[in-house]
Write a protein that binds this ligand. Structure first.
Ligand SMILES: Nc1ncnc2c1ncn2[C@@H]1O[C@H](COP(=O)(O)OP(=O)(O)OP(=O)(O)O)[C@@H](O)[C@H]1O
Ligand code: SF4
Ligand SMILES: [Mg+2]
Length: 315
């Protein structure tokens, strides 16, 4: 605790996730996306805790879960995959052993049966030659293959919710699409909800059903993914859209991201008004002194004093 009191990286956010849907969380680096994802899976780092607000999973309040309860919930109700699948895998155990361990953590099953399930899971995540991969070690896999293994472990116990924090950021474009398509297929088969975190608004617009745009630890706009690129109305979302890397027609590569001038407030900064006021072209005195409440829009909510009609002013 510093002289200003505790830092607030996530400043109050309500997330509703429906069965079978994909919710995307987007925002710049340091907005609190990963901490939100970790909070939803009981994996907050040491020294970080939930000081207010509530997490409920399938109707049960999870905020008060102890570590033992989280261990039972994690994997069975909520599973996670991360940007770096290698970090999730144990380098000295075979892929098969790691999948078997995940299966046995939640049900009593003979090792030989768990191994058969492991091979079947490797097939479900479309790894070629699952009988061979099951005996491989992580270092024998490419990044894309390792992410498929991480997905196999994540879905081993048929979770209701899969949290994916930047699951494809480290992969090349073709593998990215394959992994996202795989997640969608598994979702169609199992009905699991997916919460996907990314800094790439275009990716979220394409792959999610709804988008939650996050800034300085808060939701600033929630709406359907279909409309996010054309109907966004929060000045921060509009700035993100304007800063999207554009594909160069002649090279097919993405150009550098145009940066939004200014920086995301630090968790230690006290915010008396709207967190985006320092960087917002249409901020006024009210924005600097009062945090905006949510306004219902056609298919979601926008937290901005000038949400109605601000598309026109902010562009
Ligand atoms: N263990 C921690 N202890 C204290 N502060 C932390 C901790 N982890 C993250 N933070 C701070 O919380 C804020 C939000 O971090 P978070 O990792 O959630 O951001 P993010 O939106 O996921 O960013 P990125 O896109 O870079 O992954 C940052 O200012 C970060 O420095
Ligand atoms: S509340 Fe004010 S400062 Fe914040 S985004 Fe809206 S117009 Fe900008
Ligand atoms: Mg992150």
């Amino acid at each position: 605790m510093g002289p200003l009191g505790p830092s607030e990286a996530v400043r109050g956010i309500d997330i509703e996730l429906y069965r079978g849907e994909t919710l995307g969380i987007v925002g710049e680096s340091g907005c609190g996306k990963s901490l939100t994802a970790l909070a939803l899976s009981g994996l907050l780092p040491d020294g970080v805790r939930i000081s207010r607000g509530q997490i409920s999973i399938l109707g049960e309040v999870a905020t008060e879960y102890d570590e033992a309860l989280w261990r039972r919930v994690r994997g069975r109700s909520v599973a996670l995959i991360f940007q770096d699948p290698m970090a999730m895998l144990n380098p000295v155990l075979t892929i098969g052993a790691q999948i078997c361990e995940a299966i046995q953590a939640h049900k009593t099953i003979r090792w030989s049966d768990a191994r058969r399930e492991a091979v079947s899971l490797l097939g479900r995540v479309r790894l070629p030659d699952p009988q061979r991969i099951v005996d491989c070690y992580p270092h024998q896999l490419s990044g894309g293959m390792a992410q498929r293994v991480a997905i196999a472990i994540a879905i081993a116990n048929r979770p209701d919710i899969l949290i994916a924090d930047e699951p494809t950021t480290a992969l090349d474009a073709t593998v990215q699409i394959e992994i996202l398509a795989l997640l969608k297929d598994i979702q169609r088969e199992t009905g699991m909800a997916i919460l996907i975190v990314s800094h790439d608004l275009e990716l979220i617009a394409r792959w999610a059903d709804r988008v939650l745009v996050m800034y300085a630890g808060k939701a600033v706009e929630v709406r359907s993914a279909r409309d996010i690129l054309t109907k966004a109305s929060h000045p921060y979302t509009l700035a993100l859209i304007a800063s999207r890397p554009r594909r160069r027609l002649n090279y097919g590569r993405r150009q550098r991201l145009e940066e939004i001038p200014g920086r995301v407030p630090l968790p230690s900064e006290r915010l008396s008004g709207c967190g985006f006021a320092e960087r917002c072209a249409v901020a006024d005195d009210e924005c600097k002194s009062n945090a905006p409440d949510g306004h219902q829009i056609e298919d979601g909510t926008v937290w901005c004093h000038h949400a109605i009609g601000c598309e026109a002013i902010a562009q």
